[in-house]
Design a protein around this ligand. Structure first.
Ligand code: SDX
Length: 435
């Protein structure tokens, strides 16, 4: 638990000689923090931290990342144990409620989610408005926000029961919407969810089943799908989660907040990286070209970056990347693709990069996105669906973080300040006098 501030930081204005005592807040783990909530009112000064490198936006009990040790915990449980022993729905319950469910609790939760997987029939009309070649993330931005137009009975953000229903609806329906986006882009008929399948089975079934033949679920692919969903579920206050929290702070409804998270996740610097990694591997083409591209990644005048490498917090291996790499080998072996050229290229790229001082000095390691695209492509997903799958999984983290924020004693709108560096006040200039 966060301890009340016993310690303080002294801030001194060397010009005026004034000093202020700012409270220090310590969490369970991680850097201690200086509570600057009263800085402006007490000192007349604000702080500047454009990409929030040194700024905490909230207290949270959900996820902790130890960037130096490459550790990821969800409610205190290590991602490696969860990936090996848990299931995505159990992790959803854990993120939402703070504890691993007992058997009956998991059965009840699974029942709730299962009962919410279908989509209102009229939502299909929304898809019709998109071009067939629309990027599925563009479709997801639209259709997830559209949920607010269909589920009016669970949008009262102050009612805990309606918050619970909205959370269940989003976790249950986003996969259905995602599968529909994939089917729409392929021109294939939508596949309705089935209550006799578990979460990962149902998602694969909705994505890959066609009316013309029976879809056979492969246990190894179902296991890989569930593990990929576990690995992407939550990750502290990343860009998309922070977007969801900021949207929620204005009291926007949860459907709109999750739609805002999807838009932020789309960026190639964030969740869009898994698609960019595959495109980068295609561009590199062969092991012979790796050195040229490593040089490009190091060249400040070249916008090229090694996609799937680096992380704001991890300055060690992203534990999710390690697990993903193992899954990659398992799935490609199972599919008879262990000699997949892109996997070989990725392994060689990783090896060379991790021996290069530029990457070593900057502690740039593979992140969750480096291997995920290879495994998803091998499973048959189009590259444009990779970030959609990230959004399917991260919906659980986003809505858990939103719920945690809504349960705070007081919800205040997030409203950063700025340092104004523009023109001083000046009089309007009539057109005839403008030079
Ligand atoms: C995700 O925040 C999260 O938790 C996100 C996420 C989650 O689960 O929500 O983990 C998911 O978004 C993973 C990241 C996926 N993105 C990519 O793989 C895109 C490639 N990576 C980079 O764009 C970058 O590493 C970021 C965006 C991930 C992190 O950017 P930072 O923290 O702002 O780092 P930086 O740009 O300040 O880089 C520090 C240095 C710079 O060089 P110098 O100015 O010190 O000389 O490292 C260099 C950068 O140029 N650098 C890279 C690089 N990443 C950083 N150089 C080449 N290739 C890279 N990939």
């Amino acid at each position: 638990m966060t301890k009340d501030a016993q310690k303080t930081f002294t801030l001194t204005n060397n010009e005026s000689g004034e000093s202020w005592e700012l409270p220090v807040v310590e969490g369970t783990y991680g850097p201690h923090c200086v509570d600057i909530r009263k800085l402006l009112s007490e000192t007349g000064y604000i702080t500047l931290d454009p990409s929030f490198t040194s700024t905490g936006s909230c207290k949270s009990k959900i996820t902790y990342i130890d960037g130096d040790k490459g550790i990821l915990l969800h409610r205190g449980y290590n991602i490696k144990e969860l990936a090996e022993k848990s299931s995505y729905l159990e992790v959803c319950y854990l993120l939402l409620n703070g504890e691993l469910p007992k058997k009956a609790e998991l059965e009840e939760f699974t029942g709730h989610i299962t009962m919410h997987t279908m989509i209102h029939e009229q939502v299909k009309a929304v898809y019709q408005g998109f071009r067939r070649d629309a990027h599925p993330m563009a479709i997801m931005c639209g259709v997830v926000g559209t949920m607010a137009a269909f589920y009016h009975d669970s949008l009262d953000i102050w009612d805990p029961e309606q918050r619970r229903i909205s959370a269940h609806r989003l976790i249950a329906k986003v996969p259905t919407l995602a599968a529909m986006a994939m089917k729409y882009s392929k021109g294939q008929p939508y596949v309705h969810p089935r209550n006799d399948l578990n979460f990962a089975e149902n998602f694969l079934h909705m994505c890959f089943s066609v009316p013309a033949e029976e879809y056979k679920l492969r246990p190894s692919l179902v296991k890989a799908m569930d593990r990929i969903l576990i690995l992407h579920a939550d990750h502290e206050q990343n860009a998309s989660t922070s977007t969801v929290r900021l949207a929620g702070s204005s009291q926007a409804n949860p459907m709109a907040c999750i739609a805002s998270g999807i838009t932020s996740l789309w960026g190639p610097a964030h969740g869009g990286a898994n698609q960019s990694v595959l495109e980068m591997l295609d561009e590199i083409g062969s092991v012979d070209n790796i050195k040229e591209y490593i040089a490009k990644a190091k060249d400040k005048s070249d916008p090229f970056r090694l996609m799937g490498f680096g992380h704001r917090v991890y300055k060690n291996y992203d534990p999710r990347a390690e697990i993903m790499r193992e899954s990659c080998h398992e799935v490609l072996d199972e599919l008879g693709m262990k000699d997949d050229p892109q996997l070989k290229l990725a392994m060689e790229l990783e090896k060379i990069a991790l021996e290069d001082p530029y990457f070593v000095d900057r502690k740039l390691y593979p992140n969750v996105d480096f291997y995920s695209g290879i495994i998803l492509k091998a499973m048959g997903f189009p590259v444009e669906m990779f970030t959609v799958l990230f959004a399917v999984s991260r919906t659980a983290g986003w809505i858990s973080q939103w719920k945690e924020m809504m349960e705070e004693p007081s919800l205040r709108i997030g409203r950063p300040r700025q340092i104004y560096v523009g023109e001083a006040e000046r009089p309007y200039v009539e057109m005839k006098k403008r030079k």
